[in-house]
Design a protein around this ligand. Sequence first.
Ligand code: MLT
Length: 250
Amino acid sequence: MELDVILTHQSLPKNFEGAVCAVVDVLRATTTIITALANGASEVQPCIDAEEARQKARGTSDKPFLLGGEIKGLRVPGFDLGNSPVEYLDSSLISGKVIYFSTTNGTSAIRRAYIGSHNPVYIAALVNLSAVSSALLKATTDNSASTILLLCAGRRGGPSLEDLFCNGLILQKLIQELNQAGIPHKLHDGAAIAMEFSSLKKGQPLDVLKATEPGQGLQELGFADDLELASQIDKYQTVPIFDGTKITAA
Ligand code: MLT
């Protein structure tokens, strides 16, 4: 089994058809999507920008929906919700709703991953670490895939430490399970870097999130609670999957 971590979605190979792929944006898009589905949202549609989200919502006649997302970290003007996972904890508001969701990095990364892999894309974060790791392994076995590609959404085209950290922890789980099953693996360099970093910082998820650039920016904007939530390893068993149109809980 080949394991790789891609540091930014802009550096994804053009085509990686057949690989099983997961996207991580711990702060905050994938944490928020997992939280929304865990609290009863019927689906999340990742949109490239706010205008696409509005357009899709206008085309919806029969399903209750909410518009969610951020620009520069703050709720898009006129949207029902921002990109703060704590806003998606209220199941009386979220349950049964389609969320048209647009963020700066995360939603584009998810769309890009599907275009390259032509396979369902897994949505991962610290909050569903173990559940998503098991689902990735099952998908590789079911589809006879030989590669797992973990994608960091990154930030403004650059890497982000919290996504690297999360992917390193996912790799640790994957390798443990591969070893137990007697399946050999090969780590590419991106994966080796993620493993090294996550080993150094294991057990300190909140400290890692607080120290990153996005983490500091979010604290300055008043979103310290988001970091607390995003750092809770295995808070949820929910494994969201993007089928090219919508993200639903597996
Ligand atoms: C993104 O997708 O760019 C981030 O989740 C931004 C944010 O944290 O608001």
